[in-house]
Design a protein. Structure first.
Length: 164
């Protein structure tokens, strides 16, 4: 027969082994919970950083878009101003050319003497030169307006880029 002591030793060994197994299982689960908590905190931190970066990018994009919109509005306003100035200039040139044409009509034959004919010819030449100069001035002013519009557009573009 097996002595009672042996049963007691076997039972104690089994109890110790069970306790050790239970403690190990508990530690394993506790370690998993700690790792899971650290992982969840890491994911939350990464998500928050990603959201902050996304919001910063959206804010930068919004600021850039506002700058572009302001630039376009300024371009539109400047184009309107240039078109108005060009129309006024064309009207002035047309009026000047009309005045020149009216003055170029030949004087009456009874009024014409040799001196007055020479003076008339010189005046006509002067008026023609003035008309050509005013036409060229109008062309130059139109080209300057176009160049000014391009410069304003480029300045707006540069300002939009500097918002970054």
């Amino acid at each position: 027969m097996i002595p009672l002591r042996l049963y007691l030793y076997a039972g104690a060994a089994l109890a110790i082994a069970g306790a050790l197994w239970g403690y190990g299982h508990h530690q394993k689960n506790q370690g998993r919970a700690e790792v899971q908590a650290k992982f969840d905190a890491y994911i939350a931190k990464q998500t928050a950083e990603t959201l902050q970066a996304s919001l910063a990018n959206q804010e930068t994009s919004l600021l850039k878009q506002k700058a572009v919109d302001r630039s376009r509005q300024n371009d539109y306003e400047n184009t309107k101003k240039l078109a108005s100035a060009n129309a006024r200039l064309n009207g002035t040139v047309a009026g000047l050319l009309g005045d020149i044409a009216a003055r170029d009509s030949q004087p009456q034959a009874s009024d014409a003497t040799e001196a007055s004919a020479r003076a008339y010819a010189e005046a006509k030449t002067s008026r023609e030169l003035l008309g050509e100069c005013s036409s060229r001035y109008s062309e130059v002013a139109g080209e300057a307006g176009e160049l000014a519009k391009q410069v304003v557009g480029l300045q707006g573009f540069i300002q939009a880029l500097q918002v970054e």
